[in-house]
Design a protein around this ligand. Sequence first.
Ligand code: BTN
Length: 254
Amino acid sequence: MIFTNLITTNLRTRKFGKEIAYYQRLESTNLESWELIGENSASHGMIVITDNQTNGKGRSGNTWFMSPSKGLAMSIILIESIKMVDAQLIPLAAGVAMAKTLQNRGMNPKLKWPNDIIINNKKCGGILCESRVSNNLINAMVVGVGLNVNETENDFPKEVRADASSVFINTGNTIQRELICAIFTTYFERALQDLNSIIKSWNEYCLHLGTEVSFSYKQAKYTGIFKGLSDEGHAILDINGKIETFASIDIYTP
Ligand code: BTN
């Protein structure tokens, strides 16, 4: 059960989260957000949240596992025109907002490019942003956020157990998911008002800045030194002394 009034009392926002659509069970909060947008039932900054997401979508066509009543699965709907240059920074802004949220609760989170949420070298969460484009402008975006909150190791399916972690596993304390949702939404709204500083903030949380990473790009594998982010939010790598910029890669180490 998610108590939406607990989200509301902990929000410190101007607009975001003033409307909350809560569902006990949902295939995917991103999918539901698009349905609400399609029915003209969505408002800018609306939170869509569920206690039990049964078919969550992850990046690169993966699925996202959520443990019912323990994990956080939410989306924030953006319905206003967004310039392409800004749109590329929004997923990074969401990652930074979640990192700040966890730091606010006493953790030491890191970000793995583009926006995996890492604590103690294990993935605790991720961001999936989807957008609708017309006339070279983005007129709607759904920012989906998944975070493992109160899970123990046994709550994760065997296939992901070795790589996944949760806030509880890291801190030994359970935490209200509503509080995480409210703090995240507050930081995210602020981050969108100051997208110019996102690259700097992102670099501060980067797990692998200046270190060697292995990554795949168009089905080939590479190794290079991660140099940081370009102004567009793309990954800059030094591969054998040659600087290259990538809009989309999958980093598998560290
Ligand atoms: C990733 O693969 O790292 C991104 C995972 C994003 C999962 C979240 S859970 C809430 C929202 N709804 C979805 O279907 N996916 C995102």
